[in-house]
Design a protein around this ligand. Structure first.
Ligand code: PMV
Length: 337
């Protein structure tokens, strides 16, 4: 039995704008997807999902998930999850140079599905790693990040940046600008996540921003301004002591940039009432700043606050289904067994 895990992430800055070549800074958090892979003698793939924030399910297929036998969970989230796993298996087979390799795969995740915390990237990264290692081969994190990106790119029909997959494979804070991906130093940020229990449709939201950007020059300018905020945020992070708590002034300035970033994402139409409500609850509670994270439309927001006030305020916010403090995950993908 081979088990790999990979972390989810929050975006400190730059989601959506990263799709158009602007930089983004995601940061891995200690919420992980764990994938177990066991080689099979035939070329079938059997997937068991124990907990993807929905009921568990099992799917087995020979050629493709499209030809699979009936499953009694026709949810679009299940369809999407299967698409990611099918592409992860295709990448693992390619890395192994064995296009008939079969696997029994089990997925467990404590990252809400579709909530903007990079659940699909974490599952894809951990699945490729576990499948390859289950056949006694190794894959280095950069190749893994690249293969996971190819998998996401296929499932999301070209609407994917390298941000999620690179961050999940490498861990820590990273900077992504087009094909340029690198790890960056980051201080120990006091991140608080609020989750509304829902999910946004990434492909749909990306397409809507693309359309706005093509229609209005000021929407294109908004995307560029998000890039400026990210660049400013990066210099702030670079000035802080890596791994140490940042001082109050730095936290305030980072928070201000996050607030600004949220406002622009909202202008681009990717926030939602529940995300805005949670962002305002955090600000009212004294957070240095707050923004949605990921594609938006519902799901998660992230705030910076080194006191307990934001978490406690979110706990009393009806739109918030779950709130937790998110520790930076310094380790990316890792072997669990
Ligand atoms: O919601 P998530 O975790 O899938 O993040 C999407 C981030 C986008 O910038 C909107 C798209 C992308 O691939 O970078």
């Amino acid at each position: 039995m081979t088990v790999s895990s990979a972390p989810g992430k929050v975006y400190l800055f730059g989601e959506h704008a990263v799709v158009y070549g602007e930089p983004a800074v995601p940061c891995a958090i200690e919420r992980r997807a764990r994938v177990t892979a066991e080689p099979r003698d035939d070329d079938h793939v059997r997937v068991e999902a124990v907990d993807l924030s929905l009921d568990g399910f099992t799917v087995e297929w020979a050629e493709s998930t499209k030809d699979r036998p009936d499953v009694d969970v026709p949810s679009s989230l299940v369809e999407a999850a299967m698409g990611y796993i099918e592409e992860a298996v295709a990448q693992a087979r390619d890395a192994l140079d064995d296009h008939d390799a079969g696997f029994d795969i089990t997925v467990e995740s404590d990252i809400p599905l579709g909530g903007g915390l990079g659940s699909s990237a974490a599952v894809v990264v951990a699945a490729i790693d576990a499948a390859v290692r289950s056949r006694d081969q190794r894959i280095d994190p950069r190749e893994l990040a690249n293969r996971a990106y190819q998998a996401e790119h296929t499932v999301q029909e070209g609407q994917a940046s390298r941000a999620d997959t690179f961050c999940s494979a490498m861990g820590g804070a990273v900077r992504v600008e087009g094909d340029d991906t690198r790890a960056i130093d980051a201080p120990e940020l006091p991140l608080v996540v609020g989750y509304d229990g829902g999910a946004g449709d990434t492909a749909e939201l990306v397409a809507a921003v693309r359309e706005l950007r093509e229609r209005y020059e000021f929407a294109a300018d908004t995307v560029e301004t998000i890039g400026d905020i990210t660049r400013r945020g990066e210099t702030l992070l670079a000035d802080a002591d890596p791994g140490e708590k940042p001082d109050g002034a730095l936290l305030q300035e980072l928070g201000e940039l996050m607030d600004f970033n949220h406002g622009l994402l909202s202008a681009l139409g990717v926030s939602s009432r529940s995300l805005d409500t949670m962002v305002w609850a955090a600000r009212d509670a004294g957070a240095a700043g707050a923004k949605l994270t990921g594609a938006g439309g519902g799901g998660c927001m992230v705030a910076v606050d080194d006191t307990d006030s934001t978490q406690s305020a979110l706990g009393y916010t009806p739109d918030c289904a779950q709130t937790f403090r998110a520790e930076l995950a310094t380790e990316g993908v890792r072997a669990e067994e």
